[in-house]
Design a protein around this ligand. Structure first.
Ligand code: T3D
Length: 263
């Protein structure tokens, strides 16, 4: 499928989605948001896709909401931000978070505002040395949106999320690593290979079990221990019926590497 503002490719079982407005640092428009929803929906439905890699073209990852689009559509009146958020981010962020497959973010450059939200909507972030992060909302008189208040505290903890959100401070890759915002920092010219290799490693694992782990940990943040235990048991009942569980225990008994099929 051809898109205007993103590119989608396949490397084996990895769907690679690239934000593609490099001259605007991949700032998000309604078109880009709709295209991302479509690409993540396709990745979710396609059984042959077992991991997703998200990155940006050019020197930026994503500069957040395209502020020119914002102004142009307001026609002199204050923009209807609530309606815009519902149309764009309230569709995009849940599909990214809830896709039952691993999502790796290769943060190639600056991530600002909703761009940070995109990174934390992914499961694992690998940053290039050139990556930078800013909760830019406050710099233009906005509170965080696009899931930033829900996702960022889950990644870096509430105190750090608040500090970043009220200051808009620009955080470089090493500081992002120190606070757990990214898992790894690699040289800029190694980012593409390292992130693709990592996504391919995840794609070779039991996909259904990864999907269950994602949902369990996400939901455990808002349930008590007993409910979490119950949900774990339900998930394990489902996993016990999968090909990959049988393959995993058989391979262990036969002292060989398992060949998981994602089912
Ligand atoms: O209704 C709703 O949807 C509300 C939702 C809001 C969610 C949000 O994301 S709010 C936050 C929006 N984002 C920002 O406020 C960030 C704005 N950009 C910046 O502060 C800086 O560009 C960066 C810190 C991200 C990067 O700085 P730098 O010096 O590396 O690059 P630059 O020169 O500022 O930007 C390069 C070009 O990209 C430049 O265009 P030009 O001058 O070369 O023609 C710049 O205008 C453009 N650009 C950068 N960010 C945006 C953008 N164009 C449109 N929208 C942007 N967000």
């Amino acid at each position: 499928m051809d898109y205007e503002q993103i590119e989608v490719g396949r490397n084996g079982a990895v769907a690679k989605i690239t934000l593609n407005r490099p001259d605007r640092l991949n700032a998000l428009t309604q078109v880009m948001s709709d295209e991302l929803v479509d690409a993540f929906t396709n990745a979710r439905e396609d059984q042959a896709v077992r991991a997703v890699l998200l990155t940006g073209a050019g020197r930026g990852f994503c500069a957040g909401q395209d502020l020119t689009e914002f102004r142009e559509t307001s026609e002199g009146k204050p923009p209807d931000i609530e309606a815009h958020l519902e149309r764009a981010y309230h569709k995009l962020i849940p599909i990214m978070v809830e896709i039952p497959k691993p999502v790796v973010c290769a943060v190639n450059g600056v991530a600002a505002g909703a761009g940070v939200s995109l990174t934390v909507a992914c499961d694992v972030r690998i940053a290039s040395e050139a990556a930078r992060f800013t909760q830019a909302f406050v710099k233009i008189g906005l509170a965080p949106d696009s899931g930033g208040t829900w996702l960022l505290p889950r990644v870096v903890g509430p105190a750090k999320a608040l500090e970043l959100s009220i200051s808009g401070e620009m955080v470089d890759a090493e500081a992002a690593l120190a606070m757990g915002l990214v898992s790894r920092v690699v040289a800029a010219d190694a980012l593409e290979k390292e992130s693709l290799d990592y996504a391919a490693t995840l794609a070779a694992l039991p996909t259904a079990a990864i999907g269950e782990a994602k949902a369990l940990i996400r939901n455990a943040m808002s349930t008590d221990l007993h409910e979490a235990l119950r949900r774990e048991a339900e998930a394990q009942a489902r996993m016990g019926n999968t090909h990959d569980f049988m393959e995993g225990v058989t391979a262990f008994a036969e002292k060989r590497e398992p060949r998981f099929e994602g089912r």
